[in-house]
Design a protein around this ligand. Structure first.
Ligand code: FAD
Ligand code: UDP
Length: 369
């Protein structure tokens, strides 16, 4: 049979497009993924001890988009969560992102939002338009807090200095002068109640969709007749690295199950200045799972190499310049549409992937008969 759409990747980008094309246009969609599961990096599963984990790093769903919430709510109920993160450095835990509690801990006495704002105004380096990740932080909080919480974490995470990264990288992290201790600012913050994988299962359960796992596009492409391709894998790989490989950043995850209800005081603890890992995640704080034991996941950044997962595009001018040339190839590639974090080389959150895929769906012309 000839599929209307061959969709490479069963993550958010591929699943949204498959669901929309099948349910709204009656299209037949074959979704392939080289992994042995659906969900892409948002996949979650119970580990051997029965603890629900996020094996590809913590996935905190948050969004300001009503459209995205309405869309996903067709496939899941929600478990509202306030994501809480601490930073551990200089021998103690600190509230993170920086807020009034962090400031009080730093100065060693109670304070007020007014005093904190006035102090940051003195500490801040006046930069009208920050043009890199160092400038975006020092222009808000000055060099001392930047040095404590951002500089080394960023070096460890990206193996690039914050000066070599776009302002948006560290600019993702809010700075507050009140006691709001949530990690994110977005108005909607919740996890799919039964988990991400269950939500993906419902999205992909539409008539007209078939999912084939452990199937690599590079080997399967010639054997799967299709009328249009939707590709959500790495764009440089699609073109055989014709213009040279794009820079990606990879990770290694180390899981440990412990015989205690909770192993650390928050869902996520960041280690900017100690250890080879950047953060330790105990997602059980967020999922609300009740168990007498727990699992923590340590996250070690590593250089990308063939065979590893390209977890992060690198938001920096040199990488973008190369991507722009791949984007030109992608734009003229006949019968193919490139969507998602890997195929458009964007440091997208999940909600941005959903929004981009919904927009792409609306733009896809009907297939010729
Ligand atoms: P992916 O989820 O990467 O899916 C692409 C799929 O394509 C993969 O399953 C891959 O196996 C498959 N594929 C690739 N090439 C081929 C091929 N040749 N053949 C077959 N299959 C192929 N977002 C948030 O909103 N909140 C968070 O807290 C958050 N935390 C994150 C933490 C980490 C460590 C990482 C890496 C990402 C995080 N994200 C978070 C981002 C989120 O993972 C992405 O926005 C989203 O999952 C991207 O969806 P996607 O479908 O575009 O890509
Ligand atoms: N960051 C930092 N210190 C921290 C947390 C984050 O310097 O304690 C910087 C770092 O460069 C990181 C970026 O802010 O890559 C974005 O952090 P986030 O936790 O949003 O990253 P992600 O979950 O995407 O890895």
């Amino acid at each position: 049979m000839t599929w209307d759409y061959l969709i490479v990747g069963a993550g958010f980008s591929g699943a949204v497009l498959a669901e929309r094309l099948a349910s709204q246009r009656g299209a037949t969609c074959l979704v392939i993924d080289r992994r042995d599961h659906i969900g892409g990096n948002a996949h979650d599963r119970a580990d051997a001890a029965g603890v629900l984990i996020h094996p590809y790093g913590p996935h905190y769903f948050r969004t300001n988009s009503d459209r995205v919430v309405e869309y996903l709510s067709q496939f899941t109920a929600w478990h509202p969560v306030e994501y809480k993160v601490l930073s551990h450095t200089h021998g103690r835990y600190w509230q993170f992102p920086i807020n009034l509690n962090t400031f009080e801990a730093l100065i060693g006495r109670p304070s007020t939002p007014e005093e904190m704002a006035a102090t940051l105004a003195e500490w801040r380096v006046p930069i009208a338009s920050p043009c890199n990740s160092e400038e975006v932080i020092i222009s808000q909080v000055g060099r001392r807090l930047y040095g404590m919480f951002f500089e080394n974490y960023t070096l460890k995470q990206w193996r690039r200095h914050p000066r070599e990264l776009d302002p948006s990288v560290c600019g993702r992290i809010p700075v507050r002068t009140n006691r709001d201790d949530r990690f994110c600012d977005e108005k909607f913050q919740a996890l799919p109640r039964a988990g991400y994988t269950a939500m993906f299962g419902r999205m992909l359960a539409q008539p007209g969709i078939e999912v084939r796992l452990r199937t690599d596009f590079r080997e399967a492409r010639a054997q799967i007749p299709h009328r249009h391709l939707i590709y959500t894998g790495p764009v440089d790989e699609y073109f055989g690295n014709r213009l040279g490989p794009l820079p990606w950043r990879s990770l290694r995850f180390e899981m440990e199950t412990l015989p205690v209800e909770f192993a650390q005081p928050a869902m996520q603890v960041n280690y900017p200045n100690d250890h080879d890992y950047t953060r330790v995640v105990e997602i059980k704080h967020a999922t609300g799972q009740k168990l007498p034991h727990t699992t923590i996941v340590r996250e070690f950044p590593q250089d990308y190499a063939a065979g590893l997962e390209p977890y992060y595009p690198i938001p920096a001018p040199d990488a973008r310049a190369l991507y722009t040339r791949y984007a030109e190839l992608a734009a003229v590639e006949k019968g193919a549409t490139f969507v998602g974090r890997l195929a458009t080389y964007r440091y997208y959150n999940m909600d941005q992937c959903v929004a981009a895929a919904l927009t792409e769906f609306e733009k896809l012309p009907p297939l010729p008969h």
